[in-house]
Design a protein around this ligand. Sequence first.
Ligand SMILES: Nc1nc2c(ncn2[C@@H]2O[C@H](COP(=O)(O)OP(=O)(O)O)[C@@H](O)[C@H]2O)c(=O)[nH]1
Ligand SMILES: [Mg+2]
Length: 226
Amino acid sequence: MMNIRVDVVLPCLNEAQALPWILERMPAGYRAIVVDNGSTDGSADVARALGAHIVHESRRGFGAAAHAGLLAATAPIVAFCDADASMDPRDLPRVVDPISDDEADLVLGRRRPTTRSAWPPHARVANTYLSWRLRRITGVNIHDLGPMRAARRDHLLALDLRDRRSGYPLEMFLGAAAANWRIVEVDTGYSPRVGRSKVTGTVRGTLTAIKDMAALLAVTQRGDRS
Ligand SMILES: Nc1nc2c(ncn2[C@@H]2O[C@H](COP(=O)(O)OP(=O)(O)O)[C@@H](O)[C@H]2O)c(=O)[nH]1
Ligand SMILES: [Mg+2]
């Protein structure tokens, strides 16, 4: 069997339609870990039939699924990618290679829309504002807090991340910055997702994301002042 160099965590809530496109585009040496979060559309069966490793997480939430995938991973490098076909797994080496080459400790994919409809305007504006705040708080020159990213597995586990909802990607970034990791941003493509959005495409998902992220930022800024 081929040596697994990278485990790719794919949080998945009802993404059966997107999974075939994603899974057939995994680069060689990259293993897909599909974390099924109680899907009712047969996502887990689709993923299993296509050879992915399946993890079940009963607790709802993006962070709960992402973290379960991290705990299940065994490869030295772990990457994260949405399971909605908005991101191309063929872009994964862009976030992984700087980690393998020991040029970075956390690599974030900056989403570059491939079409005008790829990114809802409110999500784009919120993200630009968030990135500006994060640059001011951490001094790290980032322009997007995107979900495609990679780091060493042992480093990620050492961050001891606690968020189990929408704050997980932000908590990872803040923890990495506080630990003085080398954080690098690379461009990755962003296309319209297949299927229905669970987070930024819905009012409820957006409000949850804002609430989770605001709580993390408040704690970080209190820490800076004390
Ligand atoms: N496991 C799990 N996955 C989720 C949950 N919400 C979203 N996801 C997955 O996380 C990824 C990002 O969600 P998505 O709906 O694309 O958010 P958006 O990109 O902000 O529109 C997708 O792969 C979803 O299937 C959740 O509550 N649990
Ligand atoms: Mg998405």
